[in-house]
Ligand binder design. Structure first.
Ligand code: COA
Length: 260
């Protein structure tokens, strides 16, 4: 048995590959722990500027490992709470990753696999990929992924898709906000690289602050966040990076951080 997660660094980009292709990259405890650990160590890294999450083999991710989960029948309720909490902690760590996380979805993203897509900032999907919050078909619930999925698709789509467990295609996934770009499977890497290129031409600190800003502001009335938004902008304007970016524009030159 190889590593459940393969991590490769290319320049400023972390490539993270789910690596249990025989079970369609289903999460077992080892994969959950590896993803959580990766998210925590990447959060501490100062030079990573983007991360790409993909799956080895035929599909992106088939969600929770049903073989491992069926073993939870003999576990106590408390043990099940502990196990589910570890998944919740992993999703939270990925959601709070300070750098952009780009999901590269091919084949299928089902159950927890859609949870992974939901904690990505940008998702690129193959046009033949299949999606579904299939948990209810198995008598369980898309529970630990619900905060992230709901934030992406909203209540209306969730009320249909969580309750039916129906599978749907990439076009629908894009329509409800789970996916940002749909391309033929053989152009997935090209599409991912386009997003990576955009991120690498933006100020690295600015990108991190933009991500934090979304979390601080989303769902709150403008009047409540006006101090935060004004201070964030002011801090960026006087920062070395903000000064460099604005000067580079005025001097018609490339900012120092741009990677070509
Ligand atoms: N957990 C554990 N094993 C899984 C799995 C899962 N979530 N999904 C697939 N597998 C295993 C299968 O049992 C099969 O094992 P086997 O080779 O020992 O028979 C192997 O992966 C290949 O699965 P198969 O269905 O033949 O592959 P496929 O490429 O035709 O289809 C999927 C891939 C993902 C579409 C299909 O496997 C599927 O629908 N899986 C269930 C997904 C699901 O409902 N997840 C929600 C979990 S909460």
């Amino acid at each position: 048995m190889g590593q459940p997660l393969v991590i490769r660094r290319e320049g400023f980009v972390e490539h993270v590959v789910l690596n249990r292709p025989d079970v369609r990259n289903a999460f077992n405890p080892a994969l959950v722990e590896a993803l959580r650990g990766w998210a925590v160590s990447t959060a501490a890294s100062t030079d990573a500027r983007a991360a790409v999450l993909s799956g080895a083999g035929k599909v992106f991710c088939a969600g929770g490992d049903l073989a491992a989960m069926s073993a939870t029948i003999v576990a106590s309720r408390d043990e099940n709470v502990e196990d589910a909490s570890r998944m919740a902690t992993m999703f939270e760590a990925l959601d709070r990753l300070p750098i952009p996380l780009i999901g590269r979805v091919h084949g299928a993203a089902l159950g927890g696999g859609l949870g992974l897509a939901s904690v990505c900032d940008i998702v690129v999907a193959a046009d033949d990929a299949v999606f579904g919050f299939t948990e209810v078909k198995l008598g369980i619930v898309p529970s630990v992924i619900s905060p992230y999925a709901l934030a992406k698709i909203g209540r209306s789509a969730a009320r249909e898709l969580f309750l039916t467990g129906a599978r749907f295609g990439a076009a629908r996934a894009k329509e409800i906000g789970l996916v940002h770009a749909v391309v033929p499977a053989d152009r997935l890497d090209e599409a991912v690289n386009r997003f990576v290129g955009e991120i690498l031409s933006a100020g690295p600190e600015a990108v991190r602050h933009a991500k934090t800003l979304i979390r601080r502001v989303a769902g709150r009335p403008a009047s409540e966040v006006s101090a935060v938004t004004a201070e964030t902008l002011a801090d960026r304007r006087v920062s070395g990076e903000g000064q460099e970016g604005m000067r580079a524009f005025l001097e018609k030159r490339t900012a120092r951080w741009v990677v070509r």
